[in-house]
Ligand binder design. Structure first.
Ligand SMILES: N[C@@H](CCC(=O)N[C@@H](CS)C(=O)NCC(=O)O)C(=O)O
Length: 214
């Protein structure tokens, strides 16, 4: 397996965690999102993913895009340990938390969105960072509300073992910390984040430990 990814990319980080939880080895193929205007725009890369976004997973010739689709594919093809609960209601809750991050927060703070604000709309750095923090802080307030006081929340977002929800939560917090977003208003989110980082699959997947880390 080969994972086309970038150390700082949250969506890539999600797939690295899933691969590590499954105990799967893979070749790390770095796609630098800034160098030379962005290697994601190279023809060889857009032939694999017309969206020009990392990650892409090549599983023996099967090319996969979209981190959540990749993770569900891994869960279906290598079922142990499962990354989704075994009951329909649990799966729906886990996916809802994951999507609250992957659909409602992450797209608004993606590199190309921030770049459009700065370069095309001439928004100042201060305004761009205010945009970033607003959507992350608001989105994480929602996630906190989904977790706190719910009896299915455990050491992890759903129970005591990591699921798709934790796989989305941890990279989003790294991203938020990089932009100095407020996090003191989401104590349950932060408790789960800290717990996950004690688990080897999460700890080894962090940006700073990747081969292309700067
Ligand atoms: N929904 C996609 C998002 C992928 C995505 O946004 N990737 C970012 C890095 S986290 C990227 O490649 N950005 C490049 C750019 O904005 O030009 C997924 O989950 O895979």
């Amino acid at each position: 397996m080969r994972l086309y990814n970038y150390f700082r990319s949250s969506a890539s980080f999600r797939v690295r965690i899933a691969l590590a939880l499954k105990g799967l080895d893979y070749e790390y193929a770095s796609v630098h999102l800034l160098k030379g205007g962005g290697e994601q725009f190279a023809a060889e890369f857009t032939a694999m993913n017309p969206a020009a976004l990392v990650p892409v997973l090549d599983d023996d010739g099967v090319l996969l895009t979209q981190s959540l689709a990749i993770i569900e594919y891994l869960d279906e093809t290598r079922p142990q340990p499962p990354l989704l609960p075994n009951d329909a209601a649990g799966r729906a809750r886990t996916r809802a938390i994951a999507l609250a991050i992957a659909c409602e927060i992450h797209p608004l703070n993606n590199l190309r969105v921030l770049g459009y604000l700065s370069k095309t709309l001439s928004v100042s750095e201060e305004q761009r960072n205010a945009w970033y923090r607003h959507w992350v802080e608001t989105g994480l307030t929602t996630v906190e509300g989904m977790l706190v006081g719910n009896d299915r929340t455990g050491a992890c977002c759903h129970g005591d073992t990591p699921t798709l929800a934790d796989i989305c939560l941890v990279p989003q917090i790294f991203n938020a910390q990089r932009f100095n977003a407020r996090l003191d208003h989401v104590p349950t989110v932060m408790r789960i984040h800290q717990h996950c980082l004690t688990l080897p699959a999460f700890a080894k997947s962090v940006p700073a430990l990747q081969p292309d880390a700067e």
